[in-house]
Design a protein around this ligand. Structure first.
Ligand SMILES: [Zn+2]
Length: 383
């Protein structure tokens, strides 16, 4: 077993694995690719391989160092994620540069994984540039992005670039089956995952993810009046809050672990503050993800109705909902309204990423769905 197993079949990941195994850490990597292509996994695998104590440059996935890196709990592996729409220059100046100048805590490599690196504004990219140009020998930067055109040429030219591809549906099915998932679940999960192995895997193996999806997919049918819209909005927000709360509990465990690992010595307060800050970011991001998942799932349903109506049943994503999708397809809902409904869900999701008010955004989009695509009466329903 190695840390690269999760990325089997990706040629870009195989190339990265090979580069690191040759003993060449690289100092600045840029991982590019669509959602679900494994960029984050690849970044974490690089960090683990570089710091593995039993299989250096390979990553055994079992030693304490590998395990902590895979769980994002290693003091030398830093994850920088956007706060709202941006990675501001202060984050680079305060959280990255001083840390990059220090030696690694555990003597391996200090790794900075900058997620959605394109959200660094120009000032932030320029602040990073000097360190990218003259990195410490034991420091490695891994930038992750879906939008390389937003990165400065000067930054791009410093990075070694790996382009990851989204995973073909049949490959996802195959991988899930080898992981012990029954074929019928694997087929549905691959379709729902839409080229995103992590999403497909979560769907196939995590009961909560599955239940949430059922809840989201049940919403279009319930949206008849404005009151229904407000009820549904409250439900979506409560569900996201519940997931956030669970993560908060896990964070409390992590705080205890950190305290035990560090004792009460110098630097403890700094480490605690850094952890508290990371936790707050994590919770905000998780909420954004959960709400985004709800909106994306609902958008996918309306899209499926359009697709099925156009004769493309084979391209329907929610293949376990065919009867419901076809009943909407036969109902008196215009293509234009369905299209607009899909767009509105995705617009709301984008607004949340830009830090729009949660309740206002979710209520507004659901009220509009009631207006655009009120649930049609079911055949056999008598109003
Ligand atoms: Zn290891």
């Amino acid at each position: 077993m190695t840390v690269w197993d999760r990325l089997k079949g990706s040629r870009a990941a195989e190339w990265l694995e090979h580069q690191i195994a040759r003993g060449d850490p690289g100092h600045a990597w840029l991982l590019i690719g669509p959602a679900g292509s494994g960029k984050r996994n690849a970044a974490v695998s690089i960090a683990a391989a570089l710091n593995c104590t039993t299989a250096p440059n390979v990553g055994c996935a079992e030693c304490s160092s590998c395990l902590r890196i895979l769980r994002q709990r290693h003091p030398d592996v830093h994850h920088i994620v956007p706060e709202g729409p941006l990675i501001p220059v202060d984050v680079i100046r305060e959280a990255v540069l001083p840390e990059a100048a220090r030696s690694p805590f555990e003597g391996g490599y200090k790794v900075f994984i900058i997620e959605e690196a394109d959200r660094m504004n120009e000032a932030a990219q320029n602040a990073l540039l000097k360190t990218l140009e003259e990195p410490h020998s034991d420091t490695v930067f891994i930038l992750i992005s879906d939008h390389e055109e937003e990165l400065l040429d000067t930054v791009l030219s410093r990075c070694r670039i790996a382009r990851l591809e989204s995973v073909p549906e049949d490959r996802i099915v195959e991988l899930l089956i080898t992981e012990g998932i029954p074929e019928s679940t694997a087929l549905l999960a691959a379709r729902v995952g839409d080229g995103d192995l992590a999403r497909a895997r979560a769907f196939a193996s995590d009961q909560n993810t599955k239940e949430r999806r059922d809840l989201w997919l049940g919403l279009p049918r319930r949206l008849v009046s404005p009151i229904d819209a407000l009820d549904a909005a409250a439900e979506i927000i409560a569900e996201a809050a519940e997931v956030v709360q669970l993560r908060e509990q896990a964070q409390r465990t992590e705080i205890v672990e950190l305290a035990e690992a560090m004792g009460e010595g110098r630097g403890t307060a700094t480490a605690r503050n850094a952890l508290a800050k990371r936790h707050r970011r994590e919770l905000r991001r998780l909420e954004e993800e959960m709400l985004g998942e709800a909106l994306q799932t609902i958008a996918g349903f309306y899209r499926d109705v359009l697709v099925a109506r156009g004769g493309g049943v084979d391209a329907v994503m929610n293949i376990d909902q065919l009867a419901e999708i076809e009943s909407w397809g036969a109902a008196d809902v215009s293509d234009g309204a369905l299209l607009r409904a899909t767009e509105r869900c995705l617009e709301a999701r984008a607004a949340l990423i830009r830090n729009a008010n949660v309740a206002v955004t979710i209520e507004a989009v659901l009220l509009e769905l009631v207006r655009l695509v009120p649930a049609p009466a079911r055949v056999g329903d008598f109003a």
